[in-house]
Ligand binder design. Sequence first.
Ligand SMILES: [Mg+2]
Length: 261
Amino acid sequence: MPPLRALPALAAVLTVAVLAPGASAEVVPVDPGAKLSAGKQIVGSGQNLPSMQAEGVYLVGPGPIAQVNAYYSSGAAARDQRQVAGVALRWTKRWLLETCGGTTPSTVRACKAAAVFDMDDTLVSWFPILSSNDPALSIDSSRSNEAMATCAAPVIDGTRRLYRSLLALGVTPIIITGRESSHREETERCLDSLGMSEWQSVIMREPGDARSAASFKSQARKALERKGWRIGPSVGDQISDMAFGHLGHGFLIPNPMYFIP
Ligand SMILES: [Mg+2]
């Protein structure tokens, strides 16, 4: 068995999820924290994962592997991804009307409307890589680094369609990823090669950044707002992609493989 070590870019605790049969996209109100006066809503499928801190262990466990495999191989994951992406597109069109006064590209660009995307398990899928690790759905750092270097994680078509649809509307995509900046060149090249280009920036973690993903990502969004960007949707596979405000709405892509606080 290879050593189970934390993948630096995905400093996560893998945990167990049981998917509700026939789960569908729904609105899930969440508490965004005491610093905000009003809650933000998150749209996602009904599969909230508990945070199970298990020091040094990054493994979904043998029990649910069959369920996770079935979720992805049956097409259910792709269906849910498309569904959340569809809801995000409809919501963003309404938001553009309210925020920018129209949905023509010139109006939207002048308004500095932006959409934030996470990368891993939002725009590209790690299931084929993690499921082929030994043990399955564990994280092996060297394999993960190799996969990032070679852009081996396949694109998630539903969110790529959302990315392109928003771009066509004049919305500026901005990537905020937990990957470290040492992976910048390969990450940017990978996005372009998968047909997701014209992003305004790819915001990455610097080495030694000990903040939680939720803190790092919310502070990155806050900095974008200070530069004048109006952030509508924030699309990710973790609550930490959309926690602590500085966004219009969070859209949660189902991920039963791991949890990132
Ligand atoms: Mg992710």
